[in-house]
Structures are given as C-alpha cells and as structure tokens.
Design a protein around this ligand. Structure first.
Ligand code: TXA
Ligand code: MG
Length: 341
C-alpha cells in the first residue's frame, strides 16, 4: 500500500473531506495532535480498529483512546458522565488529558480490549479536531509508532514506522507537548493517575481534590502483576541503544559518563552541558524546563537510533510538574535501569 502524505491547514475543507472519507470507509490515517502523532481509525468500526493493532504490532490486550471533537460526543461512548468528568473537561479540554469511564455498549471490544471501561480525549490540535469533524465519526488512535518504539512527534517519524502499512499521514508540524496525554481514571473508587502527561498531577488535584498515583507510574510491576493501564506493563519508548539513567548532580554525572567514554557511547543531557562531556552528546531540552524536555524526549531517543550507539547515559529528570511524565517515559526507555552517582 502506498501511504499518502497530506500537507494541509485546518481550513482546507476539500482535502479534509477526502481524509474524512478514508476514515469513514475503514482506513487508517496518521494524524497530528498536540501530544504525539496518532494512528486513527473509526472507533465504532471494529474491523478498522483491528487494523491499527496489525499496523503497530500492538498486543491485543492494550486498549485504545477514543478521540472526540465536541463534548456532547462523550455521551454516546460512556454509561454516564459524572460531575468530576464535566469539571475536568471544562478545565482541560481540549487538551492533553484522557479520562477513563465505564463504557457504553457502542464501544467495540477491539477498542476496550475486553475491559468494561473506555478512554476518551478531546485533542486541542486544530488539525486533529478538523479531521474528527470531517470524518463525522469518533476516532480511536494510539500513538502512531511501531509498538515498543518511541512515540512519533513529527510526520516523518510516522512515515519512518508506518509507510506502506497505512493509507495516509497528515503533517501538522512537530507536536507541542511531545509526550502522550495524561491518563486519569474516574472508573475506580477514587480518581487515579495512570499515566502522567501534559496535564500535571497538581492540575488534576486542583479540580478533583485527592488523586491517587498508580504504582506503575514510577515503579516496575512484577511479572504477572495486573496493570490498571495495560500499556504501562510493556517495555516502551525503547530506542535500539541500551539506555541507563544516571541520577545525581551534573558534575558527578559528567565524571561517570567520561569514565565510560567510547565511540559507541552517548550522553542524553540538557542543553549547554555538552562541552563537559567526552562522548557524543544529545541535548534534550533545558535543565530547569521540563516542558522543553518533554517536547524533545522522543525525537532525541529516535536520533540515537540513527547513530549506532550501544549505550546512552541519560540525566535523571526532576519529577515535578511535567517532569513526572518525562521521568515515567525515560524510565521505560531505560527498562528501569538507574545508577546513582
Ligand atoms: O496523547 C495521547 O494520548 C496519544 C494521542 C495520539 O492522542 N495517544 C496515545 O495512545 O498515547 P496509546 O494507545 O499509545 O496509549 C494509550 C494508553 C495505554 O497505556 C493504554 O493502556 C491506556 O492508555 N488505556 C486506554 N484505554 C484504557 C482503559 N480503558 N483503561 C486503562 N487504560 C487504558
Ligand atoms: Mg503508545
């Protein structure tokens, strides 16, 4: 299959209609969102959703997020909309937040992967919303990477993984947030953060009061332990290089990295730190600016892949604010390997 690349703006209604028609007829389209690129299909078309799993090589037990463009669409997807969901949506939709609620019978099993809940999100990227509107159907969309590899934050990343496997990719420029949406469940006894993202824990607590943090956010689950969010149990975001997080002040980080220097060794550091390092350095955002780290994390991990790096030593992100999302993703890229220096 030839994958078409569309370069359009949200006011290009003729081409948007063409993209909408691909989705309505059961096709797969890579779409930009403010977080990462998504691989979209009509969420209410089971066989179309099944193709997403095939294209990504995604485990069948990992459910998908349903993307909406108008709040009213949520009423067709879930059994009821609690006041907490309304309050969250008022505060943070459209935006990088996914809310989990008990699902309505309209949700195909392919989307919910056998769970009795469904994940819903209203993205803020103007093209994402224009595409949902043009399709006239809600869209199931996981990140548009091959399962296990870093999420795509440019249309080129999507093509690198998906060319020949999907109908089209829509180029909406580099993603603003750079890591996937925050996932919070309102289907449990108390609100619980399952995946940190652009809407921080502090921002959730400002609306919901108490919010628990799922153990899988910062820790590795034991083999066979049940994950609240199935995606959290898989090795994720992993570049081909072996990634190790080196936790400690920069001077000790630099000492450690320089002691391990070699042609196939890399440093995943912050901007401005390169000069002190005797290995190839990949700066990823600014030290005191977790949003900039989030924005560049996945393209930096992908850049490592192009360079035949054996081991990359990464700086350990602070866990405040959006930093928790950076830490959570990097921890998985490193398969939970941390060295304290
Ligand atoms: O920012 C994002 O959320 C992007 C863009 C494209 O919207 N999408 C995304 O989808 O990251 P994906 O499939 O890569 O990650 C969805 C995560 C997975 O960890 C999955 O296990 C979890 O959400 N999830 C989905 N439905 C769930 C449910 N009903 N209960 C618990 N976790 C769920
Ligand atoms: Mg993903």
């Amino acid at each position: 299959m030839q994958t078409r690349l569309y370069q359009i703006t949200p006011d290009n209604t003729i081409v948007l209609q063409e993209i909408g028609a691909i989705l309505r007829s059961g096709g797969l389209v890579g779409i930009p969102t403010e977080t990462v690129y998504g691989l979209a299909a009509n969420a209410l078309d089971g066989p179309a959703v099944a193709k997403i799993f095939w294209a990504k090589g995604r485990p069948q037990d990992n459910p998908l997020i349903v993307h909406i463009s108008e709040f009213s669409q949520i009423y067709t997807l879930v059994r009821e909309v609690p006041s907490q969901a309304v309050a969250l949506a008022r505060a943070y939709w459209p935006g990088p937040l996914t809310i989990i609620l008990p699902k309505s019978p309209s949700i195909p099993d392919e989307v919910s992967a056998g769970l009795d809940t469904v994940a819903v999100r209203m993205p803020s990227h103007p093209l994402a919303r224009a595409i949902i509107r043009a399709a006239g159907v809600v869209l199931a969309a996981p990140s548009a990477n091959l399962s296990g590899s870093p999420s795509p934050t440019t249309a080129q990343h999507v093509l690198d993984d998906m060319a020949g496997r999907i109908d089209a990719v829509v180029d909406g420029g580099p993603c603003e947030v750079g890591v996937e949406s925050t996932v919070v469940t309102l289907a449990a006894e108390r609100p619980r953060l399952l995946r940190p993202g652009g809407i921080t824990l502090e921002k959730l607590r400002a609306i919901l009061g108490e919010v628990d943090v799922d153990r899988a956010v910062e820790e590795q689950l034991a083999a066979g332990e049940k994950a609240s969010s199935p995606g959290m149990k898989y090795k994720h975001y992993a570049p081909k290089a072996h990634v190790v997080i080196v936790r400690g002040p920069f001077s000790r980080y630099a000492e450690y990295v320089n002691a391990h220097a070699g042609a196939d060794i890399a440093a995943l550091c912050y901007e401005g730190e390169e000069a002190a390092l005797q290995v190839r350095a990949f700066p990823c955002g600014r030290r005191d600016d977790p949003s900039s780290q989030a924005q560049h994390l996945f393209d930096t991990l992908r850049a490592l892949d192009g360079m035949k790096i054996k081991t990359a030593y990464a700086r350990c992100p602070e866990k405040d604010g959006v930093g928790l999302a950076v830490y959570n993703r990097l921890l998985r890229a490193a398969a939970f390997e941390i060295v304290d220096v």
